[in-house]
Design a protein around this ligand. Structure first.
Ligand SMILES: [Zn+2]
Length: 247
């Protein structure tokens, strides 16, 4: 590494360290500090017939657990799938009442939606809900205050699986390996939010979500990594928080 690259890398590390220091007060979860060789696997935008069920089979085949960030627009339509997620021992968390980006909504509406969403999801699951994943990873400081004020912690991610793009399974699996390490929070999807969820992100990609996750888990296993839910990872690890206000 030349002197310029060394200086740049030191500057990046310093910025990250500053975000983490501030993150203890104003933080969103970005990974888990753990000694165990496991990654945190998360799924967004479900439940969805043809997606969630296949993902559940793949997880079962690998003996893995995961955290599912669900949309209430979908929980109301596909309640039996939510019950299947719970019955299989996975964790359920909130992705939103719908999939609209928080910064595009009036602040008082965000506060009402997040608080009401948590209550509705706790009624549906019969369990406490601890985590919130902002749609598109977008939040302002004010949104963050609404989320934490509702008793939830925002959870972002590290590695992704590119399962919202039209690429091959091999490319999705290769992408999921980039930057992965123990305690990384991996972003995947068991559904695709559409107009009925307040999203306008075009047509869904054509893919078998079970095949993708089976491939991702196999590649992690090749590196000695298993996958588990966030609540499971925190049994032997600590949440790492950073400030995250991309707007
Ligand atoms: Zn989403």
């Amino acid at each position: 590494m030349n002197a310029l690259a060394t200086a740049r890398s030191a500057a990046v590390a310093a910025r990250r360290s500053a975000r983490r220091s501030a993150g203890t007060l104003l933080g969103s979860a970005v990974e888990v500090r753990t000694e165990r060789p496991e990654v945190v696997l998360t799924f967004d935008d479900g439940p969805e017939p043809g997606g969630t069920d296949k993902v559940l089979s793949a997880l079962d085949g690998a003996g893995a657990t995961a955290t599912f960030f669900v949309l209430l627009t979908r929980v109301r339509r596909y309640r039996s799938l939510l019950d299947e997620v719970l019955a299989a021992g996975h964790e359920v968390a909130l992705h939103g009442v719908d999939h609209r980006a928080l910064p595009t909504l009036p602040a008082d509406e965000v506060a009402r939606l997040v608080r009401g969403g948590r209550a509705e999801l706790e009624d549906a699951t019969g369990r406490p809900v601890r985590w919130f994943r902002p749609p598109y990873g977008r939040q302002t400081f004010r949104n963050w205050r609404s989320v934490t004020g509702a008793g939830l912690i925002p959870v972002l991610w590290g590695p992704t699986t590119w399962d919202w793009k039209d690429v091959s399974v091999a490319e999705r699996v290769a992408k999921s390996q980039q930057g992965v390490r123990s305690g990384a929070i991996v972003l995947a999807h068991d559904g695709f939010a559409g107009p009925a969820d307040g999203a306008c992100d075009g047509p869904p990609p054509v893919l078998d979500r079970g095949e993708v996750i089976a491939g991702v888990l196999e590649a992690y296993a090749d590196h000695g990594l298993s996958a588990c839910s966030l609540e499971h990872a925190l049994l032997s690890g600590d949440l790492v928080r950073e400030t995250w206000f991309p707007g």
